[in-house]
Design a protein around this ligand. Structure first.
Ligand SMILES: O=C(O)CCC(=O)C(=O)O
Length: 298
């Protein structure tokens, strides 16, 4: 029988990281990438940005499958980047990150979107002490969530890794803590958070840190107030019965290079087998080291 999975850590989080994830809907895990790996990914994204800009019609052209979803002087959002560079494919298939996603999903994962933001201060708008944000969630709580062994799970999750240092003024992702469990309209929760800003948590972390969060958590891009550019890479994972949804299609050549044991991660399954995976809070983390490595050699 064909192998349908590869070597993944489980549980991928320590009990205290898992507890943080349950209480707040997110956890920031430092050092998921080394400084060298951060450099390789940052370079790949900057090259991709440059190659897109160099085309005749940057907003309507794909380069190695990738496209600009936002193309502004202070912000590019590059979508469908899964096959744009081997380092990016390695990020999406990184065993530690896939393991973290599966732990939150509560079952086997498939990739549903891969993208990146490169943004800096928007000099056309004033810096506000109390800014508003583009708060949103990617799935609703009753449909997206379930509990098992007292722990929270979500069918759609993200790993968002910062490739530049994020100090308090550098525009790290903002989230409304605990909103992954509050099933009221988003606007009501956002109104509470603007009244009590301690409910808004912002990612402040060294490069190579990964924000793992459930898409039921209300979140947004933070406000860059410094002169530093922010570069982040994001992979969305979902339970294997969900669809790929970021508008990308993989080339035939790339598809041929996907090893059998990674097919589940790239394509999911065409049926409702979901490979349940659950931990107890007290289970120790599988702390084996995993490198970015070469994705086709997993
Ligand atoms: O830019 C960010 O930090 C947040 C990205 C985001 O909102 C998303 O991936 O849904």
């Amino acid at each position: 029988m064909a192998e349908t999975t590869f070597n993944l850590p489980f549980p991928a989080l320590t009990p205290e990281q898992r507890y943080h994830l349950d209480v707040f809907g997110y956890v920031v895990v430092p050092n998921t990438l080394t400084a060298d790996e951060v450099g390789v990914l940052r370079e790949a994204l900057q090259k991709l940005k440059g190659d897109l800009i160099a085309t005749e019609d940057p907003l309507n052209t794909r380069v190695r499958g990738a496209r600009f979803a936002t193309y502004k002087p202070h912000h590019v959002f590059i979508g469908s980047i899964l096959e744009a560079d081997p380092a990016i494919t390695a990020y999406a298939t990184h065993p530690r990150l896939v393991g973290m996603a599966e732990e939150l999903i509560g079952g086997e994962a498939r990739i549903v979107e891969v993208n990146a933001h490169i943004n800096s201060r928007d000099t056309s708008t004033p810096i506000l002490q109390e800014p508003t944000y583009g708060f949103h969630r990617g799935t609703d709580i009753p449909y997206g969530s379930h509990m098992q062994a007292g722990l929270y799970h979500c069918s759609f999750v993200k790993t968002l890794t910062n490739l530049t240092d994020l100090g308090p003024d550098d525009g790290g992702t903002v989230v409304i803590a605990g909103s992954h469990k509050i099933d009221t309209p988003v606007s009501e929760i956002v109104a509470c958070a603007y009244k009590d800003r301690s409910l808004i948590h912002q990612v402040v972390a060294p490069p190579g840190s990964t924000l793992l969060f459930s898409e039921t958590l209300i979140h947004a891009t933070g406000q860059v107030r410094s002169d530093c550019e922010r570069v982040i890479i994001i992979c969305g994972y979902a339970t294997t019965m969900f669809q790929y949804w970021d508008g990308g299609t993989l080339s035939e050549e790339f598809k041929k290079s996907i090893p059998e044991k990674l097919k589940r991660l790239f394509y999911g399954y065409a049926h409702w087998t979901r490979g349940p995976k659950y931990r107890k809070l007290s289970d120790p983390a599988d702390e084996r080291p995993f490198a970015l490595g070469r994705w086709y050699n997993r």
